[in-house]
Design a protein around this ligand. Structure first.
Ligand code: NAP
Length: 259
């Protein structure tokens, strides 16, 4: 399927690994010029070279912390006129809310709410002027089904979701859509590190911990990041101009509700 985005400029945040990288691959395969951002230069440059080699697309790496003003300025300068924005950043740590300080909350809100809002603020008026824009925010299934130990994530991402619900209805008349993609459990470094920590804590083998988590998912497996990337690329397609303000859960059926 031709997604109609060849030559469009895409800025994909937090994209040297995992879900962000998978989104960058799918957008590059659809012909977009992609700028990818991550903090650690080595893996970032390796990802850029790999995506360019696999897709033939132009891929520009920007080594920056996307949660900072300077990092966002560097990313925006490299990407030029942004037509497609994929917002993503590392998730906050788990814990007990009794231990979290105001600083912990500010960091979580900065990374998982305000960074996305700042990048939308910097790009949306250009998208409106050019009458094409696609914004996808990577959030979490925890927005729909909160996980108590991930309270920082539940809170910050719910804040972003509320903000998006309002603005997405204002921009769509200009062919600028804004949607959220909610990952369940995808096989990325982050997930594997969480499972390893659980295995170490409980003394169980890693395979047993992974099998227990997979058994709780109707699909019987973790998601492949490539599946997530393809869904992201579809939301960025020219054909997706009538989809806005939505929250798409991709979780192998794990959420048990009707809606
Ligand atoms: P991952 O495999 O650990 O990859 C994270 C990527 O983000 C890396 O490229 C990392 O590179 C980059 N990054 C992190 N913080 C950054 C920052 N401040 N500025 C720029 N780049 C940054 O993680 P993932 O599993 O893809 O998760 C992506 C997001 O989805 C996270 O917010 C996570 O909480 C959320 N999520 C994931 C799952 C899942 O099952 N995987 C489920 C629900 C929600 P550097 O470290 O070099 O910067």
């Amino acid at each position: 399927m031709d997604l109609g985005i060849a030559g469009r400029s895409a800025l994909v945040c937090a994209a040297s690994k995992g879900l962000g990288r998978a989104c960058a691959v799918s957008l590059a395969r659809a012909g977009a010029k992609v700028t990818i951002v991550a903090r650690t230069e080595g893996p970032l440059n390796e990802a850029a070279a790999d995506i360019a080699a696999r897709t033939g697309a132009s891929v520009t790496p920007v080594a920056a912390d996307i949660t900072t003003d300077a990092g966002r300025a560097a990313a925006l300068a490299a990407a030029g006129d942004v037509d497609i924005l994929v917002n993503n950043a590392g998730g906050p740590p788990p814990g007990n809310f009794r231990d979290w300080t105001r600083d912990d909350w500010i960091k979580a809100v900065d990374a998982n709410m305000l960074t996305a809002i700042e990048l939308i603020k910097a790009t949306v008026d250009g998208m409106i002027a050019r009458r094409f824009g696609r914004v996808v925010n990577i959030t979490s299934s925890a927005v729909k089904a909160p996980i108590a130990i991930l309270g920082l994530s539940n809170g910050a991402r719910a804040g972003l979701t509320g903000f998006i619900a309002g603005i997405a209805r204002e921009t769509v008349i200009h062919n600028v859509t804004i949607n959220n993609l909610l990952p369940g459990r995808f096989e990325t470094d982050r997930l594997m590190n969480t499972l390893k920590a659980e295995a170490d804590k409980t003394g169980q083998p890693l395979d047993a911990v992974a099998a227990r988590h997979k058994a709780a998912i109707p699909a019987g497996r973790f998601g492949d990041p490539a599946e997530f990337g393809e869904a992201c690329a579809f939301l960025c397609a020219a054909q997706a101009g009538y989809i806005t303000g939505q929250n798409f859960l991709i979780d192998g059926g794990a959420f048990p509700g009707t809606l």
